[in-house]
Design a protein around this ligand. Structure first.
Ligand code: NAD
Length: 351
């Protein structure tokens, strides 16, 4: 088993990664929680695939689990489903000495974590992420949130889980599109922080090949994010490099109404745009842009998405990472090394 220790002072926790680990989840959760009630929150797609296995494992370890299912998709990260969760957990008489478990992708993780962070002023929670994106991204860092009518993730908290259990076998049931969506973040970690890791991905540039080394890939991705997050738990500066590709990506998502492209697809094209922009400023060197482009395309992610200058600058003008007339762009110098460059918003280049 790969175990990664996340050292947020006072709120340390382990990320345990192993194929088939879901069968053993009850034992692992009993190591971090008194054996009492366990609320398992999942969505309608994940429930028929993995809920029974988890419930059985919890029962074997002496827990009294109950299952709460929300619809699949981003719309469940809402006040409506937060209220639904509060009601379900309270009607099952959950207490602060019980445990709340998120079994699902980032939507279930964010919603459940936010519920756990606020209900009864905080109930311990465990993450069992089941998409690649949630395994390598949302399970590290403690950000939990719901969306509000005014925007994404506007009501949220920093709330660290007691434990994260990652079973890469869960990825077998993902569509190629959702698998690739997560690969965009994996590629991003290599591009911003670790050339060797990036090269490893280049040598395993297909879903089948990556699955042969998946425990290592997930461990390494979580470890890279861990290093950034431990230095900047509350997202006050250092975490900014994780936004590589996101300023352009966010503009793309907005232009296409968050429908045509997944977040990972938009970020993938956004990373290429950032590298192209970096090249035009003489910052991005070697053949970094081409390496990013090829790796993205090997995983079926778009290297390029059409976006006009007006839409791009309109989106950048209201970017929440903006500072007055400037926006901080993350630009690669080379694979594994990025810089943060403040650019005047109306000087953003496009093709
Ligand atoms: N908290 C953070 O740090 C953080 C980081 C990144 C993203 N996020 C959030 O995560 C969300 C996106 O996460 P996501 O991409 O996992 O989306 P998701 O939770 O909507 O999952 C994508 C789809 O895959 C299905 N699914 C999940 N696991 C499956 C499996 N093993 N087999 C088959 N189908 C499965 C889901 O039902 C859903 O339809 C966004 O709301 C985003 O804001 C949070």
């Amino acid at each position: 088993m790969n175990i990664l220790k996340v050292n947020i002072p006072g709120r340390e926790y382990d990320i345990k990664i192993q194929k088939g680990i879901l069968d053993n989840a009850g034992v692992l959760i009993a190591e971090v929680s008194p054996v009492g009630k366990a609320a398992v929150v999942t969505d309608e797609n994940v429930a028929p695939l993995y809920a029974e296995k988890l419930l059985d494992s919890l029962k074997k370890s002496g827990f009294s689990p109950f299952l709460v299912t929300v619809p699949a998709g981003e719309s469940s990260k809402s006040l409506k489903y937060l209220e639904f969760l509060y009601a379900e957990l309270l009607s099952n008489k959950i207490t602060r000495s019980d445990i709340v478990i998120a079994l699902g992708g980032g939507v279930v993780g964010d919603l459940t974590g936010f519920c756990a962070s606020t209900l009864l002023r905080g109930i311990p929670f465990v993450q069992i992420p089941t998409t690649l994106l949630s395994q390598v991204d949302s399970s590290v860092g403690g950000k939990v949130a719901i969306n509000l009518p005014a925007g994404k993730n506007l009501a949220g908290a920093f709330y660290q889980p007691r434990l994260v259990i990652i079973d890469p076998n869960c990825l077998d049931t993902l569509s190629d599109k959702i698998f690739s969506d997560g690969m965009a973040e994996v590629i991003k970690y290599g591009a911003i922080l670790d050339e060797n890791f990036f090269a490893k991905l280049e040598n395993s540039a297909s879903r089948a090949k990556v699955m042969e080394i998946i425990e290592d890939v997930i461990y390494h991705s979580c470890d890279l994010k861990r290093q950034v997050v431990e230095d900047d738990e509350l997202d006050l500066g250092g975490r900014m490099i994780l936004n590589f590709g996101h300023t352009f990506g966010h503009a793309i998502e907005k232009k296409y109404n968050f429908e045509t492209y997944t977040h990972g697809e938009a970020v993938a094209a956004g990373m290429v745009m950032a590298a192209e922009y970096g090249e035009s400023l003489g910052i991005t060197k070697d053949n970094s842009k081409d390496r990013i482009r090829s790796l993205i395309s090997a995983f079926g992610l778009p290297e390029e998405i059409d976006i006009d200058e007006q839409t791009l600058s309109g989106s950048i003008a209201v970017d929440k990472k903006g500072k007055g007339d400037f926006v901080s762009l993350i630009l690669p110098e080379k694979i594994g090394k990025v810089i943060i460059k403040d650019i005047k918003k109306d000087h953003i280049w496009t093709k």
